[in-house]
Design a binder for this molecule. Structure first.
Ligand SMILES: CC(C)(COP(=O)(O)OP(=O)(O)OC[C@H]1O[C@@H](n2cnc3c(N)ncnc32)[C@H](O)[C@@H]1OP(=O)(O)O)[C@@H](O)C(=O)NCCC(=O)NCCS
Length: 220
């Protein structure tokens, strides 16, 4: 996980914290694995390993619980090509954002740079939405935050650098921006910390029509 976070470029130092959170039944990470019937699977895995040689050794499914719900580990070996986390936040924090308690948050989505653009990110989002809507989370809404699409960094000397945003990528998957505010901190080359604007997005995931339900009316 640490190696994949380094490849992703964000928050590799937080991995030990996430391990402890998972043990308490908090934030839970899922590996992204290519299904057996994906065309050219071995070629794709070889492409991934060529860019991430440290990941050539398969991992093994040993997880005995997910969010404290017991499961039988399969013991199967697998080569992960990405990861994603699901979490349920403090109800008061959700309420401040106008979300019902029990909203499932998706965090830290990453697909191997060798495979990006192949549809695996979209497929992963569809899969985690289905996981979040089932036991033990039984989520009705999925939420996330991501850099706002208009973010650009003023580096001084009239040098404005645009930042690639994933807001439109999530919007294409049915996520709606409901709030924007200061978010991630970026350290500019001159050492200054710059607060980057983030968009908060949400999507109804329980099959109900989102147009007919707002988060505040979905508590029942
Ligand atoms: C973001 C990420 C998960 C997407 O996964 P992916 O497998 O590369 O994406 P997919 O191949 O499933 O989706 C590609 C589609 O999105 C489109 N797309 C890509 N970036 C986009 C963007 N910034 N805005 C809008 N659309 C975008 C592509 O044009 C393509 O569309 P098409 O299918 O119509 O051709 C992946 O690129 C990644 O891990 N990036 C680094 C980490 C990161 O940014 N994570 C998200 C943090 S919020």
């Amino acid at each position: 996980m640490h190696d994949q976070r380094v490849a992703c470029g964000w928050r590799a130092d937080e991995v030990p914290e996430w391990v402890e959170s998972a043990k308490r039944g908090g934030k839970m990470f899922y590996w992204v694995v290519l299904a057996e019937d994906v065309p050219n699977r071995n070629t794709l895995l070889a492409q991934h390993i060529a860019t991430q040689p440290k990941e050539a050794e398969p991992l093994r499914d040993t997880a005995k619980e997910i969010r404290l719900a017991k499961r039988e580990p399969t013991g199967r070996a697998f080569l992960p090509v990405g990861h994603v986390a699901l979490d349920v936040h403090d109800p008061e924090e959700d309420a401040r954002l106008g979300l019902p308690s029990g909203t499932v948050w998706v965090h830290q989505l990453f697909i191997s740079s060798a495979l990006q653009g192949g549809g695996y990110g979209v497929a992963t989002m569809a899969r985690v939405e289905s996981i979040a809507a089932q036991e033990p989370m039984n989520g009705k809404w999925m939420a996330l935050d991501t850099l706002a699409k208009e973010v650009a960094i003023d580096m001084g000397m009239e040098n404005i650098v645009p930042v690639t945003s994933k807001e439109e990528w999530y919007a294409r998957q049915g996520y709606e921006t409901y709030w924007q505010g200061p978010g991630y901190t970026y350290q500019a080359p001159d050492g200054c910390n710059i607060q980057l604007r983030v968009s908060y997005m949400k999507k109804r995931i329980d099959g109900e029509d989102a147009r007919c339900a707002t988060p505040s009316s979905s508590n029942t």
